[in-house]
Design a protein around this ligand. Structure first.
Ligand code: SAH
Ligand code: MG
Length: 220
């Protein structure tokens, strides 16, 4: 009898490997990510991190970087965290998602970088998480390194989200994972730009691996 042609193995994500203390630090960190979504991100990173560097757009105060960084530490990997640390539109002083404690009193401008550093220091993740302070389009224009995982959680305008996907998505390795946050198929639940990026990625041939809340994980 001829052996059946093996099916491509579905990528089932490994179980989370985070201590109770790290999970608590992530929960307590300032930011915008429910724990269930963070743990899915962490599991995706566990699956990817040994294959090459990972990159996130939208580090903010380091919450998602804990979930990703714990996986990098576990797998001897590394996370590049890109953010200009001046906040998105909705984080600006006077806007709905502005945290006054993230405003630099000296300049009156948003500055999440000191918070990001403190979060990563407290989690003992400085060796595995490298902050890149700059605008994502400027960083992506100079980026040349293949990525095992790309996490898009930066600006939520159509231009910003599309540019992040176009600029860094092309560096995602074959088999690499794309995670997208704030994907809301129903416009009543939130802005549509991340959802459009998700649709574009599916259209480009990536396939969905897992989803929780507004987090989507796709594989190239
Ligand atoms: N991942 C974070 C939340 C990110 S909030 C968490 O887990 O809590 C979105 C972040 O994207 C903000 O910090 C903002 O400064 C950053 N951002 C928005 N547009 C950007 C751009 N064009 N380049 C770099 N960073 C950007
Ligand atoms: Mg988000």
């Amino acid at each position: 009898m001829v052996a059946p042609v093996p099916e491509p193995t579905p990528l089932s994500l490994p179980p989370a490997l985070m201590s109770a203390a790290d999970r608590e630090r992530a929960r307590d960190a300032r930011g915008f990510m429910p724990e269930a979504e963070g743990l899915l991100l962490h599991r995706a990173a566990l699956a990817a991190a040994a294959r090459g560097p990972m990159l996130e757009i939208g580090g903010y105060c380091g919450k998602s970087a804990i979930y990703l960084g714990c996986a990098a530490r576990e797998r001897d990997g590394v996370l590049f965290s890109v953010d200009h640390h001046r906040g998105s539109e909705e984080n600006q002083p006077g806007q709905l998602y502005c945290d006054p404690e993230v405003v630099d009193p000296r300049s009156g401008r948003l500055d999440s970088l000191p918070h990001f550093r403190r979060t990563l220091e407290a989690a003992a993740l400085e060796e595995w998480v490298i902050a890149i302070v700059g605008t994502s389009t400027l960083v992506s224009a100079h980026w040349r390194t293949a990525l095992s995982l790309l996490f898009i959680d930066g600006g939520h305008t159509e231009e910003a989200a599309e540019a992040d996907y176009a600029g860094f998505g092309r560096h995602l390795d074959s088999g690499g994972l794309l995670a997208i946050h704030d994907v809301f198929p129903d416009p009543a639940d939130g802005g549509q730009a991340p959802y459009h990026v998700y649709l574009r990625a599916l259209d480009d041939g990536l396939h969905e691996v897992a989803a929780t809340g507004s987090m989507r994980v796709l594989r190239r």
